[in-house]
Design a protein around this ligand. Structure first.
Ligand SMILES: Nc1ncnc2c1ncn2[C@@H]1O[C@H](COP(=O)(O)OP(=O)(O)OP(=O)(O)O)[C@@H](O)[C@H]1O
Length: 942
């Protein structure tokens, strides 16, 4: 007998009877009656519902019990439409029958962190999630509501699932761009689709940019700190962090009616409203005035002031808004976010005030009172306490830290007054290491090659010192590690480097204060005591740091004996732990690089590539853009016949469908260029034979030698080559080893664009390769702008496909146009080729001429459609070009479409010029022919 859980999105409808019957057979373990078969290489299994319909499922493991997870109903044998098998052709006759559980290999059982026995339905993000009763309760709450939860309690997971039940235009917003991107990725895991939803996953900065892209750069703490240092002597203000916090959370950000407080208003603030005592405020404010000048003169902006200025651009456009990590926002930021709601109560806020590490003045009670006043929220505040990330030891430590905080500063507010709970059986360990002898060097040595250890420092600036001992690429500041987790975390000199601050944190706290089982609700006694605001960065950063450790924490300090260590009950004199050196395999490191790359942690990814995956530099010269220009000049020089340059240019031009260049070569009597289409197969044979055959074994030696993102002679990475040839197996392996789907080739094409180009060119590729390879190559959301504001387009949207498609096929099409034709793409230029595209990429209804025409019209500059993204310029009826004013964010820079095509030597102007020259040449040839004919007639007397 199996415990059986069903994905909450499954609706059997008319198949209810068959569904129930098969589910019952499966739960009895009667695999023969259910006709269970294994889908190769996927860990997935299918059972039979009836003659034409199937049930897809997999096995899970929780607390030593095997369970069955029902994932999807597959109608009419259409495996290629399955969310989990998208695009892959499955031949039922080749599937392996499975008669009993004994035939299921251990590796096919997904390990599960938790299964709620009271709920047979599960949810799905990047993994199977069975919510506990409290989580389920929160999920079913009507809007608006506030979810408060400790680290690792599933706030993000829960709100993402909640979003799936909404309809209309939804904004998911958080301060960190990595979290926004990561949440989008979680949301769309396993090709999740929902036609009723139009979601924007935005970081706060992107949100502001969707209103209007500001000039200049946002001032960050580091810039502020070096500016502050220049004024330290004159002002006698010592603490840059505290001052920055006062500017970002008190003088600006708090009062939503103005950009910043006036001098008098600032002075008049009550003791609870500012971090500085009244006597220091004049100095603080005078420096603030200088700060404003500094911003102006150096093209920086302050995000709160900018937000206030941006209010006038903000219109109500969203039906629902989810604010994740709400504790990171200031009042004015929340105000503008919620101002974009159609109905002011359709929001969910979630966060954890113990994780505030950005400067602001956050408290739940303050936040709630903001909403109570406006009557928006009454009682809908729910607290999640169960922790799904950390071991017992880490949870205990985190709780001790919360108790210290509570004893020292009183309760921040009623809502944050709780401890974490956990059900985990994993014990974990907390190890103290004092920096004497070679203890730290030894720890550094033993862990540097392991993907299971991350080293954490308080601030970015502290990394240099940590690097002396820790050569691992996995070195992070606390802010960087938000949202991430590692089995082991090493905290480096958190306390010793900030001894005074952590001393102040422990002031007056005794062990007896920590003997409580729950936090008591009590305000700090002294209202003028601003210590919490001042020290919250230190204590919260330590809390975030600790809770990143799934199992063990290593606390490395220059010196021991700190009171905080005693209060945390970290055994300083525990017998020395004998550690074995841990070495992760190259594959593990590749996987880790990929994981970090997905989170945008480029610094660590580069360090992994350089340090752990060191490879040999190829001894050939890839065709970079500079090399291309030189080769082109050499090859097209009529004075000097350079066969080598011509060969190289021709191969490269054919690879990129640069027909104009190929024609120029043909004019110079370069034979291969005259019938270039017949040369394609030899191009494959010569360079990409193994890719065409999807033969992984043959390219592995190159990958091992040169690394996963090396450049071949055409400046293709292996992933570009796999996209070019449609090599699905190779692409999967490359991606799992950290290859980047965002890498650009010489003409700034992504692997995905190469795939679309190939599919457009070859019906065989479009039918047989595109379906499986396309979803693998999706990049982060596309960021575009036309009228000075950002539009972010998620990869699952049809506009994402359309822009990528046009970027490659527009020049292909225009190159073929005669001088008398419109230099634009007609629907007839497209529609026939699109018919061959796999349905998994472009479903049948989107291949229809009427749908495509409507889509082009919807997004053309002049269209009145409210969702118009101004992607196209209408040249004449039914004739479109990509909007030349459209700019795309490439490697952090805005690049206009015109520049992209210019860069490829394929601008519309240039193509028109070529068409004209072609026309003139053809006319000349025609004239010569006619002249010859006239002479012949004369000669023969006709
Ligand atoms: N019911 C559950 N069963 C198993 N895993 C869960 C459950 N709920 C959450 N998780 C997992 O716990 C981890 C933490 O969840 P999530 O990131 O949503 O928490 P969070 O509250 O947003 O954390 P933090 O505030 O620390 O960023 C994730 O890996 C998530 O998938």
């Amino acid at each position: 007998m199996f415990d059986l859980f069903i994905y909450n999105d499954i609706k059997p409808g008319k198949l209810r009877k068959q569904f129930d019957k098969t589910v019952e057979q499966l739960s009895r373990g009667d695999f023969v009656s259910a006709e269970v078969k294994k889908m190769r290489d996927t860990g997935l299994y299918r059972a039979r519902l009836d003659y034409e319909n199937r049930l897809l499922f997999r096995f899970g493991r929780y607390n030593d019990r095997t369970c069955l997870l029902i994932l999807e109903i597959i109608m009419n044998h259409a495996y290629d439409k399955s969310r989990f098998l998208r695009g892959s052709g499955v031949d039922e006759s080749k599937l392996l029958p499975v008669r009993s559980q004994q035939e299921v290999p251990e590796g096919d059982l997904v390990p599960l962190t938790f299964l709620n026995p009271r709920n047979s339905r599960f949810h799905l993000l990047d993994k199977v999630l069975s919510f506990d009763d409290r989580q389920e309760e929160v999920l079913s709450l009507p809007l608006p509501h506030i979810v408060i939860g400790s680290a690792g309690s599933g706030k993000t997971a829960l709100t993402l699932e909640k979003m799936k039940s909404l309809t209309g235009r939804v904004l998911y917003i958080t301060l960190s761009p990595f979290l926004a991107e990561n949440s989008a990725r979680l949301f769309y895991s396993f090709n999740y689709e929902n036609d009723k939803l139009e979601i924007d996953f935005l970081s706060y900065r992107e949100f502001l940019e969707t209103l209007k892209i500001p000039d200049g750069k946002e001032v960050d703490f580091r810039t502020f700190e070096s500016w502050f240092a220049r004024h330290r002597q004159a002002t006698r203000l010592r603490d840059a962090h505290k001052t920055f916090e006062e500017y970002r959370g008190v003088i600006t950000g708090q009062d939503i009616t103005k950009e910043y407080l006036s001098f008098d208003e600032y002075l008049a603030l009550g003791v609870k409203q500012s971090i500085f005592p009244v006597r220091e405020r004049e100095t603080v404010y005078r420096l603030f005035e200088k700060y404003l000048l500094f911003l102006k003169e150096n093209d920086f902006y302050d995000v709160n002031i900018l937000t206030h200025q941006w209010l006038s651009y903000c219109k109500p456009v969203y039906d629902y808004i989810v604010v994740d990590e709400v504790q990171d926002f200031t009042n004015i930021q929340l105000h503008i976010i919620l101002k974009s709601l159609n109905n002011p109560t359709n929001f969910i806020l979630c966060g954890d005030s113990n994780q505030v590490v950005y400067p602001n003045f956050f408290s739940w009670s303050h936040l709630k009172s903001m909403f109570y006043r406006s009557g928006l929220i009454e009682n809908e505040v729910k607290i999640l306490r169960a922790n799904y990330r950390n071991s017992q030891t880490i949870t205990t430590l985190a709780n001790r830290l919360l108790k210290i905080k509570n004893a020292r500063f009183g309760s921040i507010d009623k809502e944050s007054n709780y401890l974490l709970t956990t059900d985990t059986a994993v014990k974990g360990d907390a190890v103290f290491i004092e920096q004497v002898g070679n203890a730290v060097a030894d720890l550094g040595q033993k862990t540097r090659q392991s993907v299971k250890y991350a080293v954490l420092v308080l601030r970015n600036e502290d990394k240099a010192k940590a690097r002396e001992f820790f050569k691992t690429p996995l070195l992070f500041s606390v802010q960087e590690l938000k949202g991430l987790e590692y089995e082991n975390v090493i905290l480096y000199n958190f306390i010793s480097e900030n001894a005074a601050e952590y001393n102040a944190v422990c002031e007056g706290v005794t062990r007896d204060n920590l003997l409580v089982d729950e936090l008591t609700y009590a305000r700090g006694k002294d209202k003028t005591d601003k210590s919490h605001e001042i020290y919250k960065f230190y204590i919260n950063a330590l809390y975030v740091a600790l809770t990143r450790a799934v199992k063990n924490v290593f606390i490395v300090e220059k010196s021991g004996g700190h009171k905080l260590l005693r209060l945390l009950e970290i055994a300083e004199d525990a017998p020395k732990r004998i550690m074995k050196e841990e070495i992760s395999s190259a594959d593990d490191w590749k996987m880790e690089a990929r994981r970090l790359e997905m989170q945008g942690k480029t610094e660590q990814v580069d360090a992994i590539r350089k340090g752990m995956l060191a490879t040999v530099k190829p001894d050939w010269e890839p065709m970079t853009i500079e090399q291309y220009r030189i080769t082109k000049e050499e090859a097209l020089n009529p004075e000097n016949f350079n066969k080598k340059a011509k060969d190289r240019l021709f191969d490269f031009a054919l690879l990129h469908n640069q027909e104009v260049v190929i024609r120029q070569l043909a004019e110079l009597k370069y034979k291969r260029a005259e019938r270039f289409e017949t040369e394609r197969s030899s191009l494959y044979r010569k360079y990409y034979h193994h890719y065409k055959k999807d033969n992984l074994q043959m390219i592995l030696p190159l990958l091992n030698r040169y690394g996963v993102d090396y450049r071949d002679q055409h400046n293709f990475t292996p992933l570009h080559a796999a996209a070019f040839a449609g090599a699905v197996k190779i692409a999967k392996t490359l991606l799992s080893h950290g290859a980047s789907p965002s890498s650009l080739d010489t003409f700034r094409k992504t692997p995905l664009q190469i795939t679309l180009e190939q599919a457009f060119l070859s019906s065989d590729y479009a039918r047989n390769r595109l379906g499986e390879i396309y979803p693998l190559l999706l990049t982060d959301a596309l960021k575009i702008q036309t009228d000075g504001f950002l539009i972010k387009i998620d990869p699952h949207k049809v506009e994402y496909l359309l822009i990528n498609l046009f970027l490659v096929v527009q020049p292909m099409i225009l190159q073929k146009k005669s001088f008398y034709e419109e230099m634009a793409v007609k629907i007839d230029d497209l529609i026939e080729n699109l018919q061959h595209f796999s349905d998994a990429v472009l479903p049948p209804h989107r291949k229809k001429r009427t749908y495509m025409l409507a889509l082009l019209a919807k997004h053309e500059i002049e269209s009145n459609n409210p969702y118009n993204k101004k992607i196209f310029k209408r040249i004449s009826r039914g004739n479109y070009q990509l909007n030349p004013d459209l700019a795309i964010l490439i490697d952090g820079n805005w690049v206009s479409v015109v520049d992209i095509f210019n860069y490829r030597d394929l601008s519309v102007v240039e193509l028109r010029e070529h068409a004209l020259q072609r026309e003139v040449k053809e006319m000349e040839a025609f004239r010569k022919k006619m002249e010859k004919e006239r002479k012949n007639r004369e000669k023969w007397g006709w």
